[in-house]
Design a protein around this ligand. Structure first.
Ligand SMILES: [Zn+2]
Length: 110
């Protein structure tokens, strides 16, 4: 099998998969010897979906809007993300931009 990106040969190997920075484990994949791109097999993709669903990681992506509060802007966090991350009012977080289109919120471990 050859890499669809660079045409190099690929090797079958287990590769780690993470979703929203959560490590889901290692799954069967074809890894390109040239560019290093990882292609998970179809069975592995199904398994990844299953594991993600079991861990309650599915469907946590939402559209949200920025609103105002005094001089600050506020981003609403949907309830299922609040529950998934076990966020509480008054909890300390750190926020930082990753470039101009991504904002990262880190919850400080209790
Ligand atoms: Zn490649």
């Amino acid at each position: 099998m050859q890499c669809p990106i660079c045409d190099s040969n690929m090797v079958k190997k287990k590769a780690p998969y993470s979703y929203y920075d959560i490590d889901l484990g290692e799954f069967d994949a074809d890894i390109c010897k040239g560019c290093g791109e990882v292609f998970f097999t179809e069975e592995a993709s199904d398994l990844i979906d299953k594991v993600a669903k079991e861990m309650g990681l599915w469907g946590l992506e939402h559209d949200s809007k920025i609103s105002y509060s005094g001089n600050s802007l506020m981003v609403r966090i949907p309830k299922d993300i609040v529950e998934f991350m076990q966020l509480k009012k008054g909890e300390k977080i750190k926020i930082h931009p990753e470039g101009k289109t991504r904002l990262v919120v880190d919850v400080e471990p209790a």
